[in-house]
Ligand binder design. Structure first.
Ligand SMILES: Cc1cc2nc3c(=O)[nH]c(=O)nc-3n(C[C@H](O)[C@H](O)[C@H](O)COP(=O)(O)O)c2cc1C
Length: 174
């Protein structure tokens, strides 16, 4: 099963990126690191559709069975990097696709804003965003930020299992 995880943080020393690394070590996932893809600012021109980074991004999401979008919360919303990347997507890439969302926050009770923001954007792309979602605060990282607390790992297990279940349901419906 092709489950793709997307890092939506632009920061070099990002906790969202560390979260992605932890999950890549633990699960069989494919990876898109938006901080390393050079996706231009969306301008709606046909030229951008041939940009190799844009093509790679759109193809990766289109061919995924399920996607986990991870975003930092920046000023009460998802990252600009991730929002710009979603502007290149459409229902062709995401219609009915099982999707999970995880936010990394600063620890001041944020994160839910980014999740709500991202959920609305994905809904408008007709993605099948599962109800379970996670906010990860700095305190949830352990072992020098190379791992996550058991509580968070259990929640992530649940999310992966729900995505797999949804993918199987979608396959039965086709
Ligand atoms: C520009 C900026 C704005 C931020 N705004 C918020 C916020 O509104 N709420 C919050 O919980 N954390 C906020 N943070 C903290 C990040 O969520 C925190 O750094 C977290 O680790 C995720 O970001 P990262 O992946 O870039 O590390 C902000 C950080 C930056 C750099």
């Amino acid at each position: 099963m092709n489950i793709v995880i997307v890092n939506g943080s632009p920061r070099a020393n990002s906790r969202t990126k560390k979260l992605n690394q932890i999950l890549l070590n633990k699960y069989d996932l494919n990876y898109v690191d938006l901080s390393e893809l050079h996706i231009p600012f969306f301008d709606g021109t046909d030229e951008q559709k041939g940009n190799i980074h844009v093509v790679k991004w759109m193809d990766t999401i289109e061919h995924a069975d399920a996607v986990i979008f991870t975003t930092p919360e920046y000023h009460g919303g998802m990252s600009g990097l991730l929002k710009n990347a979603t502007d290149f997507l459409g229902s062709k890439q995401l219609m009915d696709k099982p999707v999970a969302i995880i936010a990394t926050a600063g620890g001041g009770k944020g994160g839910i804003n980014a999740l709500n923001n991202l959920r609305i954007v994905l809904r408008s792309l007709y993605a099948n965003v599962i109800a379970k979602q996670i906010v990860i605060d700095p305190i949830d990282f352990i072992s020098d930020e190379s791992n996550l607390s058991n509580e968070i790992l259990l929640s992530i297990d649940e999310i992966i299992n729900q995505l797999k279940k949804q993918v199987n349901v979608e396959k039965m419906l086709v």
